[in-house]
Design a binder for this molecule. Structure first.
Ligand code: AMP
Length: 140
């Protein structure tokens, strides 16, 4: 993939172009994997598209289709003991996005203190409300 879809002033586009150093794990024609510079646990890695998009839903399907197999390869290379890890992708400031170039995190969870800490504020909803939501969202 040429660099025509990259942006001049994006930090992750600069990493792809080699203008900023990174601990590259591997890359394909369409995606790039490297170590997170401020890891939540040892091995914390990022998978990014070689296509500048701020949000997940803006990435072309062929690029997305390249990213997940690469994420799987990287997960296996990290050596995720006991299969304890999170695959995370944040969209928007409120959803904890800090770098506005799409990225998947692979975050090992070696113990309760390291890795991702998750709040899981489940709502109580009625069957009617669930049905309303379902009717709004269902595609087929
Ligand atoms: P997010 O909160 O999902 O936007 O995560 C952005 C991630 O990018 C953070 O975990 C940062 O530590 C990481 N990060 C920012 N700059 C760099 C960099 N130059 N090299 C590697 N990781 C970076």
């Amino acid at each position: 993939m040429s660099h025509e879809h990259l942006q001049a002033d994006c930090i992750f586009c600069k990493i792809i172009r080699g203008e900023i150093p990174s601990f590259k794990i591997t890359e394909t024609d369409k995606s790039y994997a490297f170590l997170d510079i401020n890891p939540l646990s040892e091995g914390h890695a990022l998978i990014i598209p070689k296509y500048h998009a701020e949000y997940f839903h803006q990435v072309p399907d062929d690029v997305l289709a390249d990213m997940l197999p690469l994420a799987k390869k990287v997960a296996l290379a990290i050596g995720l003991e006991g299969n304890q890890y999170n695959l995370l992708q944040n969209n928007g400031r409120m959803a904890h996005q800090e770098v506005f170039h799409v990225h998947f995190h692979i975050i090992p969870k070696p113990d309760t203190e390291k890795g991702l800490k998750i709040g899981w504020p489940q709502m109580k909803v009625s069957k009617e409300d669930l049905e309303k939501t379902y009717n709004r969202i269902k595609i087929d």
